[in-house]
Design a binder for this molecule. Sequence first.
Ligand code: RNT
Ligand code: ZN
Length: 419
Amino acid sequence: MSNIDQAYTQAKDRYAEFDVDVDEAMGRLKDIAISMHCWQGDDVVGYESVGDISEAGIMATGSYPGRARTPDELRADVLMAMSLIPGTHRLSLHACYAETDGKAVDRSQVTPDQFRNWIEWARENCIGLDFNPTCFAHPMASSGFTLGSHDPAIRQYWIDHCIASRHIGAEMGKALGTPCITNIWVPDGYKDLTADRRTPREYLAQSLDQVLAQPIDPAYNLDAVECKLFGIGSESYVAGSHEFYLGYAVKNQVLLCLDAGHFHPTEEISDKLSSVLLFVPEVLLHVSRGVRWDSDHVVIMSDPLQQIAHEIIRGNYLDRVHVGLDFFDASINRVAAWVIGTRSTIKALLFAMLEPTKQLKDYEVNEDYTSRLALMEEMKTMPFNAVWEYYCGQQDVPGNWRWMEEIKAYEKDVLSERD
Ligand code: RNT
Ligand code: ZN
């Protein structure tokens, strides 16, 4: 028996003492697809050429060499990252990752044709796709407003783009046999004191109504809307705030996207799940790590991440919560950033699955809060890593941090050859 098998067998017995079935947990874990975001690989730049752009606060910082300069490079990097991540996962694309063959294709005119390569590649690699209209980094977004603009022509432009995006999403879902979540985020907001907070929100709601007017089979496409508290250049007002989109999602029964970096720093999205899931059909998560603000740091096994995982598992929400990632760090190896963030998210889910939840809930109901706290604390030092390494082995990926050796080799052979 190998060391890993031996450690696993012992760990399994230790968890069994708490009535935790480790094999059952691993069986459930392998069916959870994390939606990995494509934009970590190229610093949220994309591959169309749109001329003069305003960044609207979406900016990766750092200049680590090896940014994916072409769709082929990005696809290779995604596959490299996924080869080090246990399980089968999804990729979330943005409209700005369209492949236009050198032709200028306006965002309001984008079609599934520009995503054929992505869809073919996803099919070959058994990767589900999710999608996002790109309502930023574009001359038509230079005012800082899109769907909520005072200018009807600007609103119409982005309405057309979002409708086109839903059709692309539906095409992806149809081609791949798994519904695509098309998530709408717009930057609309003001840097400084406002005179009218009402009108842009009314426009935004009207625009969204037009975007979502045509029903699409939920087997192909699911619509999500993403709120935000503030951004760079929209410190004082964001039209699509939490109240705005919570209300919109409840009223229209679309998915609500909760981004971990989009709330006040002391507010955690984990606590929101059991409330919003009473009123919206499903939730999309943008798991991220804010440092002092919505800085989109690489996700690690932090307390907030663990709480998110606990809430999903304790609440039995796996069928209604879609776990997507949203971070971008250009100061470290970008492929490693994906691997660190995605492995951490999967680890947090496994950790949550190895909790004696029933026991804890019994303590709670019986008002034995001492035992509840004591047991939660004890679980933190259970032989979790033995199960994690075994699971990785089962899924044919390195269990311990030797995965970094493969990253180093890829950096030397592939990434360092890029400008
Ligand atoms: C921006 C939102 C949004 C973006 C991506 C690129 O604050 O979090 O989700 O990060 O769409
Ligand atoms: Zn986000």
